[in-house]
Design a binder for this molecule. Sequence first.
Ligand code: OGA
Ligand code: MN
Length: 286
Amino acid sequence: MITVSKLAPALGAEIGGIDVAAPVDDATIAAIRAAWLEHLVLRVRGQSVTDPQLLEFSKRFGELDPPGPNPYGKPFLPQHPEMNVISNIKEGGAPIGNLGDGEAIWHADMTYIDNPPKAGLLFSIEIPPKGGDTFWANMYMAYESLPTQLKAAIEGRTAVHDATYNSAGIKRKGYKEVTDPREAPGARHALVKMHPETGRKCLFLGRRRNSYVSGYSLDESEALLDHLWAHATQPEFTFRQEWRVGDLMMWDNRCTLHRREAFDPNARRLMHRTQIKGDWATATPA
Ligand code: OGA
Ligand code: MN
């Protein structure tokens, strides 16, 4: 049986006693799923996993969701288009993966679509000697601890989740720059959502850039969003992942945000990544 040990007060747990590359029985998958719903972010260390093995393991948690459009307009792994590459490495002058070596600002994945993925899995193959840590934040906690006026200010409101830029600030292929957030292309989501599986309410922010809260002037919306983001990303709500080669991280994309620190552009960082289709169609409005 697997072991589960907490990694930080707010969220995150380490899973022990499992080899992701080997066939995993249903009871173990059920135990991992339960730990994932409880702790939001899971880490499995010391893994050695091929792409087909990572795909097999990922599929145990639901249908794979292919990567969103990257800035270069074609899959990084043509033989596995459902797998994404997160890397700053260039081969022959061309990037072999997404997100480069700069900071990736706080975000949840692909919330610019109506049904964003429920889970992300990220497996580290090469890591820089320092920098490039990833942080996750707990959006149940963020919602539950929201000051009363802020809760009231977002009650029944939606926000736009801009599709134009990725979390590294790079424009996605085919999008024009946004000058007015009210007209940003991308899904409109309720700011408070009921988690489809746990039934708990969480704050659903997506990303800050070009966000806009319905029913307010642009200035009011900006001020409100600044308050919400400052509240939601305070250090007490976060867990910091200091990567080792062979770490597999698996997060609940419905009730967390994440960000990544910049690292030395001369260092190499390589991760392979999958994600699982969302289940928002089954959710009850909060
Ligand atoms: C992602 C992501 C952060 C990182 O894969 O969705 O945001 O640490 N990655 O590379
Ligand atoms: Mn991400």
